[in-house]
Write a protein that binds this ligand. Structure first.
Ligand code: FMN
Length: 185
């Protein structure tokens, strides 16, 4: 069975990112995929305090393995100050180099209070993931004015954006299979 990790890209309590992660999880599960949510709210930040790069960090290792052991990652990226949240970069800075994201399929959902739906944040994160040799899935989804346009009961209220999300889910699973075939030859 294919496994994906839905990474909620912020540690903000009550975030829309985590709500969106919970909303999309059953959509993956109904396609026969094991879909695990990992929230950066749970990132053991105390272990990173003081810049402990390259040290033995068992809690961070256990946390990051939940993400990098998956066949694919769906990253939910909020926009903070015209970029992605700092905790998301900290998480990436504590991944093993260079292998962690290497050849890993990654899809992106941007969400923001503003009108651009975290376009800037996602594009910046795509650059980081490409630098780390991920296979970036090109069809992104952006939720603008997220509190108005999304809630748990109704999901995504804009029909076109909802359709983009469903296309992303279907397409990303095909992409994971194709990447795996390509990498095995
Ligand atoms: C530190 C911080 C910075 C933010 N900067 C932006 C921003 O640059 N552009 C924007 O549209 N929204 C910004 N927001 C609002 C978020 O987009 C909003 O909280 C939205 O719900 C997505 O974040 P969430 O997943 O934490 O809920 C910011 C929020 C925080 C907490």
């Amino acid at each position: 069975m294919k496994s994906i990790c839905i990474l909620s890209g912020t540690d903000r309590p009550g975030s829309m990112a985590l709500r969106i992660a919970k909303y999309i999880q059953p959509h993956y599960q109904e396609k026969g995929v094991q879909a695990r949510i990992v929230s950066l709210e749970e990132f053991p930040i105390h272990e990173a305090a003081g810049g402990r790069y390259g040290k033995n960090l068992p809690e961070i290792e256990a946390f990051r393995n939940q993400v990098i052991d998956a066949d694919g990652i769906v990253m939910i990226v909020p926009e903070y100050n015209g970029s992605f949240p700092g905790i998301l970069k900290l998480f990436i800075d504590y991944l093993p180099f260079p292998e962690a994201f290497s050849k890993k399929p990654i899809a992106f959902i941007g969400e923001a209070a503003g009108a651009f739906g975290a376009l800037r944040a996602v594009e910046q994160m795509q650059m980081v993931c490409s630098y780390r040799n991920a296979h970036v899935y090109p069809e992104r989804v952006f939720l603008q004015r997220v509190k108005k346009n999304f809630d748990e009961e109704q999901g995504i209220k804009d029909e076109k954006v909802a359709e983009l999300l469903h296309n992303q889910i279907r397409g990303f699973l095909e992409f994971i299979s194709q990447v795996s075939e390509y990498e095995s030859v």
